[in-house]
Structures are given as C-alpha cells and as structure tokens.
Design a protein around this ligand. Sequence first.
Ligand SMILES: [Zn+2]
Ligand SMILES: [Zn+2]
Length: 295
Amino acid sequence: MLKFIGTGSAFNTKLGNTSAYIKENNTLLLIDCGELTFDRILSLNLLSDVNEVHIAVTHCHPDHIGSLGSFIFYCHFIKNIKPTFHAANSDFIELLEIMGVTEDHCAFDNCAFDPTVVIDSLDLGLYFMKNNHVKELMSFGILLVKNPSLEEHEYIIYYSGDCCDIEDNILDGLKEGNINYLYQDTCKADYDGNAHLSLRKLCELIPKELRGNVYIMHTDEGFDFDEAEGLGFKVVEIEKGGENKTMRKYIVWEFVEHEGWESHQFDTLEKAQEFKDRLEKVCSNEYILTLNLDY
Ligand SMILES: [Zn+2]
Ligand SMILES: [Zn+2]
C-alpha cells in the first residue's frame, strides 16, 4: 500500500505536495516530486537503507516535479545511487535535460510507447494511463500491480495523479474487483472547468459500498475531511516522523583565557543550567547560557 510524503493540492502547502512512495527491499519508488517533496524526503530520512530508487511522474505541474532535479542530484552525488526515471511522455525527460540532469545522473526509462514498467525488486508493475487534467499538458494516472507475473495479485491500485474525472475502465475495474484501491485527486472546489474532481462528483461516481476502497488525496484548503469520511471515503495521511527537524539546543559559552569562547551543547535547559552553575562555583571563567535553534 502507498505511504504519503504530502497530501495537499498545489496551493495547500500546509499538507505538502501530494507525493506517494513504496519502500521495500532497500528500494524506493517515489510517485511525483513537487516543490516541497525533496525537503520532506530529507526530513523523513527516506533514503536510509535504500540502494535502488525509481521515480514515476504523473505530469509536469510544479507541485508534481518542482524538486525532482534536486532529488535526482542528491541521489547521485550524495547517496551514490543512480535513480531510474519512468516517464510516459518524452517531454518529461527533455525538461530534466534542460535542468542539467543527464543520463550520467539518472537512467531514463522512456515508456511513452510501451507504458509498462516492472520494478523487479518491488515485484511491482506500473502501467501509465493517460487521463484528463488540463489541456496545456499531458498527464497520466498509474496502475500499480503487485506481483504482476502471478495470476492472483496481492493488490492492484489505481493512482489518479491530478484528474478531473474517473475513466470508465477504472470505475469498471473497481466495481468488478479488478482494482482493489483507488487513490483519487479530490477537492472541495466545485465549478465548471475544474481541473480536479470535486467531492460532489466523486460521490456521484462511486457507489456507497465501494467508497471504503477509495482514498482521497491532493485536497485543497478548507476540504472537509469529516464530511468525506462520513460519506464513506478514506482520506490519505502524511507519513509521520522527522517533522521536528528544528531542534532546540542549549549552549553554555565558556570564556577560556588565551583560547576565547568555547561552547558546550545540551539537549535540555536543565542540563545546561546545572553545568553552568557547577562550573561557576569552582572556576572564575565567564559563562553565558544561550538558546540555539539548529537542524
Ligand atoms: Zn497537483
Ligand atoms: Zn496538476
């Protein structure tokens, strides 16, 4: 099943850019990498114990690819991992090349003509399916098939990317049980020409008995999660951990003759105060207690 780095829409930055991942067998599959995603990947320490990285991208809006170049460079230069970039449209690869990302840094799997990818280490098939989002650019949903070579799949997920409707074949797949879970771009905003799917439309499309298999993502500001859950849908949650990246440090500065100021760091105010008090009693050096905010 999918975990989420962020769950918000482009302007709902509080929830981060919608980006999902699977991490198994030292392999990371990242789906989309918006402006805020790389920062969260670092704070979640998502690349720990990872030696293989795959990136699948649904479309080129900045909230889906904004930090992609930095993520690829970080994998290459810092982690010594060459990620594989799975693109269902060669424009995506051209865009990376404009950013200075070459095949030295990243393997380009151009699956524009054969939209089937199998990631062996995850035993996972990815099938890119063109969808309806905005007229300016091509966008895709992704079907994720666990153990694709077996007849019985552990699960089949459809990840909508950004999309203003749900294609009939996806709805049929869900109704017939061929698709187990749907992760769907859903918003509060509801108007003609909307590039995303409103909660009202989602209700029209998904019968009550299937709503427990539908996970709502990419939500806009003011989205009513209680209402959505009351209607029977699931709501994706951001993976916890690492968000307290700013740590408080307490520093006792000690003025040592001929050497200048030296620092002693503590995790708590009590420990720092105790250290300062103890030394002031036995030593004539000057001490200052300060608070520092650090990574
Ligand atoms: Zn988006
Ligand atoms: Zn979009």
